[in-house]
Design a protein around this ligand. Sequence first.
Ligand code: SF4
Ligand code: SF4
Ligand code: SF4
Length: 166
Amino acid sequence: MDETTCMVDIAKFFLKFTVEESCGKCAPCRIGTRRMLEILEKITSGNGTPEDIERLERLAVAIKEGSLCALGQTAPNPVLSTLKHFRKEYDEHVIDHKCSCGVCKSLLTYTILPDLCRKCGICAKRCPVGCISGTLGKEAYVIDTSKCIKCGACEQACKFKAVVKR
Ligand code: SF4
Ligand code: SF4
Ligand code: SF4
């Protein structure tokens, strides 16, 4: 893990594992971890709110206290520790609706920097939904963000680093 690792995404990754492994015997683990995962999915898809973070914290504590075995008792740890040490990343997701690590796809926007664009048109040819337009050799290319499916093909295709994701 480094600065390009999204901590909210990491918490979601570990929680998915727990949800799959829960045997279902006790409600806090069986239902609670699933609810936590749903909240994390809501946050990483750009629909989270500050109240979701509070709900996540409350659920995490309740699951730790109410679960029968170590699986449920430790399941919320990735959420609690990332909340403790990387709270800013959670806030960024629910307040600014951004993932500065560029991991949470729904929160990304692909843009072409006109000053760097060499008007070669390669990105437009690679775009699977045809949402990049411009005039070869004359006009900098632009992305219609309302149609962009965030596949990243344009960023990979551009040799001039004119396509950026934010
Ligand atoms: S805490 Fe343990 S017993 Fe309870 S549902 Fe989870 S795995 Fe099963
Ligand atoms: S590939 Fe890069 S330089 Fe070429 S048109 Fe697209 S953004 Fe501009
Ligand atoms: S990210 Fe994909 S869909 Fe969006 S503009 Fe680039 S190539 Fe097209």
